[in-house]
Design a protein. Sequence first.
Length: 98
Amino acid sequence: MKKEYVTFVRKLSQLSEGKRTLFIKDLTPGPRKYDTRLVRAELSKTPGRFSDGDVLWIRSETGYLHPQAWAMKILEDLPPYVPGQPWQDVFAAMGQLK
């Protein structure tokens, strides 16, 4: 059974298909629900593209839920922190992980 995750983006136009580094929150009911992971994943707008992938829901910073789920295949779990300065934009810091 595919797991479901959610990620938050500033603008949907900034999220594109292919390999990306992003924070995801687990939507599985239970004590681990909403656990956050930093992952490198391959994304696709086509919901069933990866047979061994998961479902990724997209929300805006204000919480608007995009009506269509994306497909996501997690390639790598990254460390649970982003190197950078405390005042630095987290999205800019994530760009340094490439």
